[in-house]
Design a protein around this ligand. Sequence first.
Ligand code: NDP
Length: 275
Amino acid sequence: QGALFAFLYADPAAHSLSPAMHRAAFAFAGLRGDYQAVRVPPADLGAAIVELRQQSILGANLSLPHKETALSYLDSLTPAARAVGAVNTIISREGKLLGDNTDAPGFLAALNDADVSADGGAVVLGAGGAARAAVWALRSQGRQVVVVNRTRAKAERLTAELGGRPADLHEVNWADVGLIVNASSAGLNAPEASPLPDFEFSQLPKAALMYDMVYKPAETRLMREARAAGLRAENGLGMLAHQARLAFLAWTGVDVPVQVFLDALHAAQPPALQG
Ligand code: NDP
């Protein structure tokens, strides 16, 4: 059997941690394969996706800014990708391209690892693609979801499509909340920025979890504040590892343990960023 290939299409792509994860997975699975991050500017996405139809190509992951625009280039979509309206994994099989979204089940798997109790509603901060994946995933589990977003109209659109309800911070009944998910990009380039200005985590039950999809730094401002109030907090590395595991599983049929992906992430990150 010849070598197998998979790609990340993103812009920028240079600092992606995905090649480290998927190369470790190929090695663990005993498969001859490689994974490369390719910078694909938006104007080149259609041509880059056509390339995936070749035999020996397993597929690709998509990241910013392609997750939504890719939909029109694919032959079919999984229910998760269609509902979320975003594709992070393309599966190439016999010349046909299937769009999937492994962020949503990857997020649920990470929550499962964190052993989140079923009690209490969830508050999702943000209303972009990551928030859509989180809301769809949480609603599929029957959870109550409130979406808080800087631009309220986007939270209204999201909840009209995927369920849950939009709210401003002061409208949330925090004593009933078991989970806060930060799916906003606040803090991504300014680590001390917060989508929760002047917020007291002590308003939440102690069993609640603060799940921050951001993973640099390993302890974000939201995580630090939640822990200071006695709550549990997790960063987004678990979700990143599980979305990769699920993509690799869809491509190869091999369910490589998530620890292989987590170990690759920790090895690839400078020590200062490790959790
Ligand atoms: P989008 O650009 O689609 O959405 C960004 C969201 O963040 C919007 O709702 C925006 O609000 C909000 N936002 C941005 N800046 C601020 C701010 N200063 N204060 C309050 N809200 C703000 O991004 P994505 O949904 O693709 O990604 C969101 C985050 O999730 C990123 O940090 C990304 O790295 C992370 N992520 C992590 C994954 C993982 O595996 N761990 C997977 C996917 C994403 P508004 O609508 O008002 O502009």
